[in-house]
Design a protein around this ligand. Structure first.
Ligand code: SF4
Ligand code: SF4
Length: 430
């Protein structure tokens, strides 16, 4: 079940600009930029990115050079026809590049901005280096900041620690305080792991009542034990266990996932508890990525996030040396599409290989998903988590499936109720 990584990176017609002849189309895609590569100032136990410098054989200390940065910004702006271009800066830890580097970024964006085009920036950070200078800059240039935080101190500090194993919670909260002093909007990005998954209300109430987040992203932590070297879909078929079995859970000696990965059943219980609290207290006030898209999809609208879409492949990643990969979660040599310094970004984004990668999300669904009553809400979730077999023994089943099903068993009637109210406009969407 490999996503056609043998196809050439041959540009499709959509890669070329509309010349005035033939049908017009809009070219849009998204690139997650990693200017520091995997370099970070902390050492979260569960980080899926820290090891990339060995895998990609990169220089440990350098960041994205000025030359690569300018080429990327120019090509990214140039390749898009929409009114809005969104730059997402991530890592590793992007603030390690320093404030001056980000000042350079906004100058370059202005240099290449097209008339009528709106340029927006997201910064995903652990928050530790944020201070008043950063906050002033982020406010001035309308950056939307995502803060990685896993709940109150005792849960956050379970895995999010410094290289010497020290807690980071207080430092993150100092960064958030700087953002608040300068009215910088921020989101919370929570990695739901084996520990905090067991404390859903503690996590959610902390985020909404103490941190003051009104937009929350929950990302389940699912890490195969050999994820450092082996790309998704390149595992040994004969070692893959059946969904819900002992080896398809964290904590077992022979488990296929790391100890800190979320248990599939805990994922379901976590979502149910948070959803109930959200419906009762925060509907229309707090946005939770997974619930917003579930409501939208119940209303027959498109998914708002790639993992619950039928297809994906519109979110690429650029590493610090300019290499482009199919997705932030597929930064492995097998999924490298090329480099911005030698191949046009649009050619890679709209290439046959990338199209096959995106269609693979649907085309590799196991039969159990195809007949699932929740298919149109889930679409097999993210392909990188399809690491187990179905009960019939078919490959490509999502590790989280037992939890996803339990959540929809509980939430679907409520989702239908919310969708009906929204359609009658008796509830204001968030
Ligand atoms: S592989 Fe997963 S994270 Fe990447 S674009 Fe597809 S659904 Fe999204
Ligand atoms: S809930 Fe499970 S069976 Fe249903 S579509 Fe999602 S992953 Fe597939």
């Amino acid at each position: 079940m490999k996503y056609s990584t043998t196809l050439p990176v041959k540009p499709l017609p959509t890669a070329e600009k509309f010349s005035g002849k033939g049908p017009a189309y809009t070219r849009r895609f998204h690139v997650m930029a990693k200017p520091t590569g995997s370099r970070c100032n902390i050492d979260c136990n569960y980080c899926f990115y820290l090891h990339k410098e060995q895998l990609l054989e990169q220089d440990r200390h350098s960041g994205m050079s000025d030359e690569v940065l300018e080429t990327f910004i120019k090509q990214y702006i140039d390749s898009q026809d929409g009114e809005q271009v969104v730059f997402s800066w991530q890592g590793g830890e992007p603030t390690l590049m320093g404030l001056a580097y980000f000042e350079k970024i906004v100058v370059l964006q202005k240099k290449y901005q097209k008339p009528g085009q709106r340029i927006e920036n997201d910064l995903q950070t652990n928050g530790i280096l944020l201070n008043d200078n950063w906050a002033r800059f982020l406010r001035q240039h309308n950056f939307l900041v995502g803060i990685s935080i896993d709940g109150p101190a005792e849960l956050h500090d379970r895995y999010r620690v410094t290289r010497s194993g020290k807690p980071t919670f207080e430092k993150v909260m100092a960064g958030v305080a700087a953002l608040k002093r300068h009215s910088v909007p921020f989101n919370a990005l929570v990695t739901v792991n084996r520990t905090n998954a067991r404390f859903p209300l503690e996590v959610y109430r902390f985020l909404t009542r103490e941190l003051g987040a009104t937009y929350i992203q929950f990302n389940p932590c699912v890490e195969p034990v050999d994820f450092k070297q082996t790309a998704p879909q390149f595992w040994q078929d004969d070692t893959i266990p059946v969904t819900g079995s002992r080896r398809a859970r964290p904590g077992d000696l022979d488990s296929i996932v790391t100890d800190w990965s979320v248990d599939p059943d805990d994922w379901g219980r976590f979502l149910i508890a948070v959803f109930e609290e959200w419906v009762n207290n925060d509907l229309g006030r707090v946005q939770v990525n997974l619930f917003e898209t579930a409501v939208a999809q119940t209303m027959g609208m498109p998914a708002q996030i790639c993992i619950t879409s039928e297809f994906c492949g519109k979110g690429l990643a650029i590493e610090k040396n300019g290499d482009i990969f199919s997705c932030d979660h597929y930064v492995y040599p097998e999924y490298k599409l090329g480099n911005v310094q030698s191949t046009k970004l649009a050619h890679m984004a709209f290439s046959e290989r990338q199209k096959a990668f995106g269609l693979g999300k649907r085309d590799t669904l196991p039969a159990a998903c195809k007949r699932c009553p929740y298919l149109k809400l889930c679409y097999g979730e993210c392909p990188k988590n399809r690491i187990v077999r179905s009960e019939e023994g078919e490959l490509g089943m999502n590790y989280l499936c037992p939890g996803i099903k339990a959540f929809f068993d509980y939430a679907q009637p409520i989702l239908v109720g919310i969708a009906t109210l929204l359609q009658r406009k008796t509830v204001e969407p968030a």
